[in-house]
Write a protein that binds this ligand. Sequence first.
Ligand SMILES: C[S@@+](CC[C@H](N)C(=O)[O-])C[C@H]1O[C@@H](n2cnc3c(N)ncnc32)[C@H](O)[C@@H]1O
Length: 477
Amino acid sequence: MGDGIGVQFGGTKYLWGNVPAFDILEMASNEGETYAGDLHLLFAASGDLRNVIKTIAHLPSSYDHSLEITINDRDLDIAARNLIFLLVALIVENRDEAIDCIIHLWYSALVRVSDIEILNNQIRPLIQDVCEKVKSKSPKTILGKTWTFGKRNLRIVLQQTSWNRLLSFFDKPVGLTAEMASQIRADNTLAHSRRDYRDRYMTYLTPPNESHSTKPNPTFFQTIDMWPMKDNADPHHGWSLEEVSNTSSGAATADTYGKLFFYIRGVLDSFLDRVSDLRVSFKLLNFDAFDLPDHLDAGSFSRIDVSNISDIGWLGIHRTLYLMVPLLQTPAQNPHATLITLFMNAVDETLTVEDQMQGLTPNSRATKTLLQYLPPTGKPSSTHDPTLIKFSYGRELVGTYDHIFERYMRKFEIRKAGDLLGAMMKENHTIIEKWPYRLKLRPGQPGAQDEFDRRMRDGVSGKERYVEWKRVHQGIL
Ligand SMILES: C[S@@+](CC[C@H](N)C(=O)[O-])C[C@H]1O[C@@H](n2cnc3c(N)ncnc32)[C@H](O)[C@@H]1O
C-alpha cells in the first residue's frame, strides 16, 4: 500500500460531472405547476449538461411560457461539447438516433461511425458556415450566432479564435488511431502508479460486470497523447446511483453501466419530449464567471446554479456571491428565485486531526454505527486488509458534519458576506437538500444496509453541502 489518499492524477477537465444531477427549478413545489411567467435560468460554471437536461426533463407538462437557459463554462472543451449535444438534440430527427449519438459522444472514448457521420454531415456545416463569415474579424472580437428550430432557438457567443477552434471538436487529431486512443485512456485510467487507488475503489464494488465503437471520440481527444480527465472520472458520478439502480437493464441485474445507459436514455428521452413543444432558448457562453456580469442582465435570473465554484479552490464563496447575487431576481420579482452554491471540499478543508481522532475511538457513535454496517468477520490479516480500507472509508460516510461546516462558515464569515452583498441563506431549502448524500436511514431500518452499500460505491462522500440563497436587499457593496 502506497502513500497518501486523495492525491489526484490525470487531466483536469470535467467532461463528466462528479456529483449527481439535480433539477435546479423544482417548479411544482416552488412557482407551482400553473405558473404563468417566463423563466430564466443560469448555469454559471455548467460543466456537462446533466443539470440542464434533468431540469427540462422534469418541467411540468402544463408549463407553456418561455424558458431561457444560459449555460456558461470558461472551458471551451466543455462549451463545445455542450453545443454539439444540444445541436444533435435539436437537429437529428430520429429520437433514438439522437439519444444514442449524444450518449456515445458524451461518454465513449471510441464512438461509432454513425456518430461521426452525424457530426460531419449534420452539425459541422452549421459551424463551418459561421467560421467562414467571421474569418476576417480580429481574434478577440466576440461574435454570436443564433440558430432557430421552430419554437426553439440556440445561441452561442464566442471569441473569434474560439469559433475556429470549434471545428477541431469534429476531427480527431491527425494520426490518432483507435488503438492509440484506447492506449491513452488505459495509460491514465490503469496507470501502474495508481494501482493502490484502484484496489481501494474495487473493494467497494460488487464483482464484475464491451463493441461497434471504432472511432476516437473527437470531443475527447484534442491532442494525440492526452486523456482529458482524472483517472477516476466515472460516468456514474454525474447521476443518482439510487435512480440508476432502480432502472431495469433486463436480466443482467448487476450490470451497473447497462443500467446507467438505460437511465440516461430515459432522461434524454424525457428531455427531448419536453423540448419538442417548449418555447426554449439556449444561450451558450464561454466566459470566466468573473466576466459574466458584463454580459448578462442584472436581476434577471429565477435560478442560478454555480456548481462548486463557491469552493475555495475555485472562485470561493465571497467572489461567487459578489458576482452572482446581483444577477438573481429579487423576491418581489419572484419569491422562489434562488442562487444554489455547492461546497464539495469545505468539510475536508476544515476537519482537524482532533475531529478525525474523535470518530476513531471504539466507543464513538461513528464506530458503533459503522460496526452495524460492516460487522467484523475475523481478525484483519494485515494492515492492508481490504476490510480495514472499507472500514476507514465507511467511517467517513457515517459521520455528520454540520458542526464542521458551521466552523467553516464562521471562519469565512459567510453569513456576513451574504449580508453585505444583499443575500440571505435560505433556512429551508426548496431545491436541493443541504446534505443530499448523507445516509438517511439508521442501521437496522429497512433498506439501511442497501443505502450504505450504495453510498460506498457511488462517488459522493456525504460531505457535499449545498447552500441556497435569496436576495434580500440591495447590498452594501
Ligand atoms: C467547478 S468544476 C468542478 C466539477 C463539478 N463539480 C461538476 O460536477 O461538473 C465545474 C466546471 O466549472 C468550470 N469553471 C471553473 N471555474 C470557472 C469560472 N471561474 N468561470 C466559469 N467556469 C468555471 C470548469 O471549467 C468546469 O467545467
